[in-house]
Design a protein around this ligand. Structure first.
Ligand code: SF4
Length: 338
């Protein structure tokens, strides 16, 4: 008998949103050469939180951040993310110096059957696998712990958590794997500070500003001094102050609806049937309404625009086996499903 294909929620979500994107990623196994910075940063914070909740040793977390950005002295992108990650994790450790929960498991993987709701039979083609950030106990109830980094947390953001169907589905599989009842989800949200390190003025910029001030001055003079670049210590201090402000860390607890799980399970089954049909016929159609869904272009936009040109594949994509989130280099999903 043929082995069942491992699938993840990300795959089914992508198949539902755009079948063509699902084909590019999960059948052709293509990913863009250029990594998405938002996702890469989220992955780093994800790992930091795993280390922190594993032993509450901030030194280990900061050491991991240092090792993640070895070229920060030369590369601006690395330096910017190093500053943000270090300040965010120092702020997090201070904000949650004591915890309301006990950690039961971290980075827990699971694999389970996909069930036909009409017959109760398991799919002969697919299994669903996944990984949750953690399982925690509060009082006598268990919750999934779900980390998120966000640009801001407002009412809209919190409202959208309701549409996080992945976690609802995962909860039931975790229940089966661990043999405990999951009451809900504890969203652990860390906000990315938007501060930028002051780069100072060039000599020419300073002279232009000074000339401008002198032109406006009644005395024809100016005591303006050239603005110097902000040092790393000064910038860290500014970030540290930012991370003491309310709203930079947010926890939201949602209780799970058992009815919603039944609905999602049915939808998952429907998706498996549609996928089998698309694969059999070799037809994965495009959903162009999804191309700019996350206010940026889809990772496969250049490929679709070039009608799947092999030249574009060779120059802008590489092959990576799917389901990266199940491997050690956890992919952290902030917006995109790729
Ligand atoms: S570019 Fe548009 S049509 Fe092509 S895979 Fe992405 S979302 Fe689908």
């Amino acid at each position: 008998m043929e082995a069942k294909t491992t699938t993840t929620y990300s795959m089914w979500s992508l198949f539902r949103n755009c079948r063509k994107a699902c084909e590019w990623r999960y059948i052709q196994e293509l990913v863009p050469l250029e990594r998405d910075h938002n996702l890469a940063f989220g992955t780093v914070i994800h790992k930091c939180l795993e280390i922190w909740h594993g032993g509450r040793d901030l030194g280990l977390v900061l050491d991991f951040i240092d090792r993640t950005y070895p070229n920060r002295a030369q590369e601006e992108d690395q330096k910017r993310e190093w500053h943000l990650a270090a300040a965010m994790m120092k702020g997090y450790a201070a904000c949650y110096a004591s915890e309301e929960f006990d950690v039961v498991a971290l980075e827990k993987t699971f694999e389970g059957s996909i069930v036909n709701p009409a017959t109760g039979a398991s799919s002969r083609s697919f299994v669903l696998a996944g990984k949750v950030d953690g399982v925690v106990r509060i009082g006598d109830e268990h919750f999934l712990l779900e980390h998120k980094t966000a640009s801001q947390v407002d009412a809209d953001y919190l409202e959208r958590l309701w549409t996080d169907f992945q976690i609802v589905l995962y909860s039931r599989y975790v229940e089966q794997t661990l043999g405990i009842r999951i009451a809900g989800v504890l969203y652990n949200i860390l906000v990315k500070a938007r501060l930028q390190q002051g780069r100072g003025e060039t000599e020419a910029e300073f002279e232009a500003r000074r000339a401008d001030l002198i032109a406006k001055s009644k005395t024809g003079k100016s005591s303006a001094k050239r603005r110097l670049p902000e040092s790393d210590d000064e910038f860290q201090a500014r970030l540290a102050a930012k991370y003491t402000e309310p709203g930079m860390f947010h926890r939201e607890m949602l209780y799970l609806s058992r009815d919603r799980f039944e609905t999602l399970q049915s939808e998952l089954w429907e998706l498996t049937q549609a996928f089998l049909d698309a694969r059999r016929r070799g037809v994965f159609y495009q959903n162009t309404a999804f191309c700019f869904h996350y206010r940026r272009s889809c990772a496969y936009f250049p490929l679709c625009r070039a009608d799947g040109s092999t030249n574009v594949i060779e120059n802008f994509y590489r092959k990576v086996p799917p389901h990266e989130e199940l491997r050690d280099e956890t992919s952290f999903e902030e917006a995109s499903a790729f």
